[in-house]
Design a protein around this ligand. Structure first.
Ligand code: ZN
Length: 394
């Protein structure tokens, strides 16, 4: 081998080595930091009046955060991203729904997303050092995230509870009155593609603690069309069987990201209330991912909840007032008992603040003339009521 060729090969080897080291040590956290940004970092200047109004909320709940996807020790207070256990405690959050994302095709967007494009979650889990089965299996990715949350709960010394049943929830609400510095998580799945086409995997996920499932995410799958898919079809026959099985197991159906046809399909079949875990509404922000008035009315009739998000694409505004206005719109249309918070924290959004900024939302709701009891409903009372009715009894 001549000397020049040898040098080139050595140089190439060094570059590859450095890239691999960078990938494993820094890449996932850099991606996390960049994609889960905030417009304003703490300390948050919250007036004492707002602080008081916020602290008076008996049960703060958020219907959607994608925190489990990211490289964070959830028991440690972090700077990047939006949610971890210390921040949930600081923000007096009683319940955070932790949703598990398993696939995100390259070029994903709210109008037209091709589910066959390169999946960006693959390098993310690879470079985070997730176990081998998660590199290729979407089900394993979900199960690994479920295990991650369970492990955090176990190591948390009772500070983080995982709610699986109505009995858990009742016990937790009682205990929280005596020990307020605790929080709870409920496991959800973002997209039934993680079932890998097998209904039997629903039982596997249920056993792992999953209690809410969004049937589609950004692309059409074998169960239903996505609002952002290529075909945007309705519920397939497999999707209909999934819905029946979910209802039998007491798993909540989440309509977020579903195509209008699939939303209609679910609402015409559902015998239990549904949720839209994170969304905006056409009335204040018309786009392909948001709910029409007609859809909101049907969801209200079903007894369901509309979880309004905290990001610009959902509410057509960069600050929290846009979220409050969308909540006002839903409340005026169908009643405050159907309004909830579905932040989409850690869902690759730029949020106005991390979870500790939630008092600003209360301030915005007050300025839109919501009464104290109504704010308590929106900030979590409605979620608590729904879960008391819908979680498996024990
Ligand atoms: Zn989402």
């Amino acid at each position: 081998m001549n000397v020049v060729l040898k040098r080139i090969l050595v140089g190439f080897g060094v570059v590859v080595f450095l890239l691999v080291v960078f990938g494993f040590t820094m890449l996932p956290s850099l991606v996390d930091q960049k994609l889960n940004a905030v417009r304003k970092y703490p300390p948050y200047e919250i007036t004492s009046n707002t602080e008081e109004a916020y602290k008076a909320i008996p049960f703060v709940a958020d219907l959607h955060a994608d925190t489990l996807l990211w490289p964070r020790d959830l028991l440690k207070l972090q700077i990047r991203g939006h949610v971890d256990v210390p921040r949930l405690i600081k923000a007096n959050v009683a319940l955070q729904v932790f949703s598990m994302v398993t696939k995100s095709p390259l070029g994903q967007n709210i109008n037209k997303t091709d589910g066959n494009k390169f999946d960006q979650i693959t390098p993310l889990v690879f470079f985070q050092g997730w176990p081998r089965p998660t590199w290729s299996s979407l089900l394993q990715r979900a199960l690994f995230q479920a295990k991650k949350l369970n492990d955090v709960a176990q190591k948390s010394d009772g500070i983080l509870r995982i709610l699986r049943t109505r009995a858990d929830l009742q016990r937790y609400v009682k205990e929280r009155k005596i020990r307020p510095k605790v929080t709870a998580g409920l496991l959800a799945l973002e997209g039934a593609h993680a079932l890998e086409g097998k209904l039997s995997n629903l039982d596997v996920l249920f056993k792992a603690g999953v209690r809410m499932i969004g049937i589609a995410h950004f692309f059409d799958n074998r169960m239903a069309g996505s609002a952002h898919g290529l075909q945007k079809g309705g519920l397939t026959s497999l999707g209909k069987r999934l819905l029946l099985r979910m209802e039998a197991l007491n798993i909540l159906v989440d309509l977020a990201h579903l195509s209008p046809k699939a939303i209609d399909g679910v609402l015409s079949m559902a015998r239990r209330p549904v949720v839209v875990s994170h969304t905006g509404v056409q009335g204040t922000c018309p786009n392909a991912r948001n709910l029409s008035d007609q859809q909101i009315k049907k969801i209200a009739k079903n007894g369901g909840l509309v979880g309004v998000g905290l990001w610009e694409e959902a509410v057509c505004g960069k600050d929290v007032m846009a979220t409050a206005k969308a909540m006002r719109y839903v409340a005026d249309l169908v009643g405050v008992q159907h309004v909830a918070l579905g932040s989409d924290f850690d869902g690759t959004i730029t949020a106005p603040f991390d979870v500790r900024g939630l008092p600003f939302l209360v301030e915005a709701l007050q300025s839109l003339k919501f009464k104290k009891a109504e704010i308590h409903q929106i900030m979590g009372g409605n979620v608590l009521r729904l879960l008391m009715k819908t979680l498996p009894i024990r």
